[in-house]
Design a binder for this molecule. Structure first.
Ligand code: SAM
Length: 388
């Protein structure tokens, strides 16, 4: 019986004391039912054709030697990274950003952004990406539910990428975008709303702006909600974040004139109904900018105005010619409007105030709307000039 048991335990060849030799195949190892089910579903998945370009067939992926990791129960890698990239101070300290969705990630990779980690729910999403960009990147497969929990998208797409914060100077912007770039810049002054900033970046890319400058006090351009509203604009137009007003001129091409977008208070609005050439009347804005920062310092506006430091800028309606020289348009923030620094820069560069006249009684326009109107008007003027 001992020998029979020994034989069952799987030896391939047994020599009995009688000298008889028996050879048999080892009986298959019994697997737990769960493991069998997993193996068969894995097999089925492998049989399914992957929706990847022909140049990246699964065999190419196998040949690439790339490996991915599966998140284990209680794995904290996704949550700890998400906590970092969703907070501005952490983002700035660690120099990492979160990009979500297949299109945005593909655009970022094309522009030369550097990926660090991908979290994905289906391997196909990774196989869609250029293999050469995945070398040295941590690939972690997680449950779709986990991605959904951290997602900022209405319809999460099952892939999130952690990238090094892109440096505009090292990015490669799309060729078509570069062909359509105009001598037109946008400066955002204390813009706080992420939806507005994302919309503005999208309009700036659409109009063919050459750069978007964000002064200190603006919402971070790499905040997930800005990225969502920007719909890829971050990888079409250079966005320069967190600038001091003193450094802004360094980013302007020579001879740029800075114009501030200004609703100029009700008086100017009412006058604009009479003529669309505000400058013909030599108007200057009657509205004093909200100089919150300076008001806080204690000196009132009247005494500062009497010292002659409030820039007096000519007002012109948005459809009068302002694109003769390279132009930069400043858009004021939702709450405080334009800063004193923006007015001073406009004055020192020979620019002015641009007014979009609205029906009297209607309040100022939304900043993203005002920016879009002005940028596309600038584009119209430049086209007209090119055609004449
Ligand atoms: C919502 S508004 C700012 C309102 C702010 N409470 C104020 O009184 O200035 C945001 C920015 O959009 C631009 N803007 C709004 N309406 C405009 C108009 N009619 N013409 C030109 N720019 C306008 C200005 O740059 C303005 O600072």
């Amino acid at each position: 019986r001992r020998w029979v048991r020994a034989l069952r335990r799987s030896p391939v060849k047994v020599v009995f004391p009688s000298g008889q030799v028996v050879e048999r195949k080892p009986s298959p190892v019994k697997q737990p039912r769960k493991a069998v089910a997993e193996a068969s579903s894995r097999e089925q998945r492998q049989k399914q054709p992957l929706q990847v370009p022909a140049s990246q067939t699964p065999s190419t992926w196998e040949e690439s030697g790339l490996r991915y990791d599966k998140a284990f129960p209680g794995d904290k890698r996704l949550s700890s990274v998400m906590t970092v990239v969703k907070s501005r101070p952490f983002r700035e300290k660690q120099g990492k950003i979160l990009l979500e969705g297949r299109r945005l990630i593909a655009d970022a990779l094309k522009a030369g952004a550097v990926p660090k980690i991908f979290f994905f729910s289906r391997l196909e999403y990774i196989k869609e990406l250029p293999i050469e960009k995945l070398k040295g990147v941590s690939l972690i497969k997680v449950k779709f539910e986990d991605i959904k929990d951290w997602s900022d998208l209405v319809t999460p797409q099952g892939i999130m990428g952690i990238f090094a914060k892109p440096d505009h100077a090292k990015m490669t912007y799309p060729e078509t975008q570069l062909c359509h770039t105009l001598p037109l810049l946008l400066i955002c002054d204390n813009l706080r709303d992420p939806g507005n900033l994302g919309t503005i970046l999208r309009s700036a890319a659409g109009a063919g702006c050459s750069k978007v400058l964000l002064t200190k006090g603006c919402v971070d351009a790499w905040e997930p909600k800005v990225l969502r509203a920007g719909m890829g604009a971050h990888f079409q137009v250079p966005v320069i974040n967190n600038l001091d007003w003193e450094t802004v001129p360094k980013y302007l091409p020579a001879d740029t004139r800075v114009y501030v977008a200004d609703n100029c208070g009700l008086y100017a609005q009412a006058q604009a109904q009479v003529s669309n050439k505000a400058s013909d009347y030599g108007w200057v804005c009657d509205r004093r900018p909200k100089l919150h920062k300076y008001e806080e310092e204690g000196e009132d506006l009247e005494s500062r105005a009497s010292k002659g430091w409030l820039p007096e800028l000519e007002v012109q309606t948005y459809d009068s010619d302002w694109t003769e020289a390279p132009a930069a348009v400043v858009i004021g923030g939702e709450t405080h409007g334009l800063s004193l620094e923006s007015l001073q820069l406009a004055e020192s560069t020979g620019g002015g105030r641009l007014l979009i006249p609205v029906v009297p009684g209607v309040d100022s326009l939304n900043s993203a709307m005002a920016a879009s109107i002005l940028l596309f008007e600038g584009k119209r003027q430049l086209r007209m000039r090119a055609n004449t």
